[in-house]
Design a protein around this ligand. Structure first.
Ligand code: RI2
Length: 315
């Protein structure tokens, strides 16, 4: 099957995490499908659709946990209609345009909702790098609130560094800590603020590994934990009992081969995500308002109906 070079490059960039973050992955995947459609020389509608599906498969096979990826691919594939190749091509163009615009709007709306939870002078603790979480801080700063942040570096890839830089650009005073210092500083924190790669129907939050331990510690210290997650992160298949696959990444991200060998060649495992049970989460902030985790299922029913075939579309 003729999958365009740019689709393979996008897949490679997602796989190697050059393109990362659930929202950015969804945006890149939708745009890659548009490139496939624009450049397709399929001569029948069936061949065109088959090409699009093949491209979607290449993108889908990159990272298993962030549900924004399959949600984006389904949105484009289901939105593609027409009886001729030209009509189908135009339909992909329109659907991808709508999708990307909706992503941007959703994040801005979510930011406004999340900002209402943040007061002037608050200190937030972050884990990893989430554009949804940063949208809340940005909206709060735009409202004139002064915030401070304690930023966990987030081993093994130190994505907290990206958060530190972006928060500093927003004028937020940043303190960077190693992950294991989080509990030590939780007493000084008003909110733990994280993103999500997937939210299950029972309100469990799948996010960068270390989130669940942070949430348990925060609960113990009485620090509220807010999760910023556009509805694109809601996982429709969890309605029917499916669990979310946790991506295992290369041990080389944790330790270099030489050091590994020197310390007795232990087995090294590198799960990218973990699952935070709903009882450790205070609020899930979406572009449709904020929800206690236990009631996210109501929003999912409203958005998806009982079915799982057409996720992330308006009812
Ligand atoms: P936004 C990231 O995963 C982090 O776990 C982050 O919390 C989540 O995606 C959501 O990111 P990774 O792709 O969509 O860095 O909020 O493994 O940007």
């Amino acid at each position: 099957m003729d999958v365009h070079r740019e689709v393979r490059e996008t897949a490679e960039a997602i796989d190697t995490m050059e393109t990362r973050g659930a929202a950015a992955i969804a945006d890149a995947a939708a745009r890659a499908l548009r490139t496939q459609a624009r450049t397709s020389d399929a001569d029948t509608p069936a061949a065109f659709r088959a090409e699009l599906r093949a491209a979607a498969r290449v993108l889908f096979d990159t990272r298993p946990t962030a549900v924004s990826l399959p949600n984006a691919l389904r949105y484009v594939l289901h939105g593609t209609e027409g009886g001729t190749v030209e009509a189908l091509r135009e339909s992909v163009e329109r659907t991808v345009g709508e999708f990307c615009a909706r992503l941007d709007r959703a994040q801005a709306d979510l930011g406004e909702v999340g900002a209402n939870r943040l007061r002037d002078g608050d200190v937030v603790m972050t884990h990893c790098h989430s554009t949804d979480a940063l949208a809340c801080v940005e909206a709060a700063v735009d409202q004139g609130k002064e915030l401070e942040a304690i930023v966990k570096e987030t081993r093994p890839r130190n994505q907290g560094h990206i958060t530190a830089e972006e928060l500093a650009d927003l004028g937020v005073a940043v303190t960077l800590i190693v992950d294991s210092a989080a509990r030590h500083y939780l007493d000084e924190v008003d909110h733990v603020l994280v993103g999500a790669d997937a939210v299950a129907a029972d309100g469990s939050v799948v996010n960068k590994v270390g989130t669940s331990g942070l949430a348990v510690n925060a609960r113990d210290r009485g620090t509220p934990i807010m999760v910023a997650a556009q509805t694109l992160k809601l996982h429709p298949a969890t309605f029917t009992g499916h669990t979310v696959d946790i991506e295992m990444r290369d041990p080389g991200e944790v330790i270099d081969a030489e050091t590994q060998e020197r310390i007795g060649d232990p087995e090294v495992v590198n799960p990218a995500f973990d699952v935070t049970p709903p009882r450790y989460v205070d609020a899930i902030v979406t572009e449709r308002g904020q929800f206690p985790p236990e009631s996210i299922v109501t929003l999912m029913r409203e958005l998806f109906g009982e079915g799982t075939t057409r996720p992330w579309e308006e009812p």
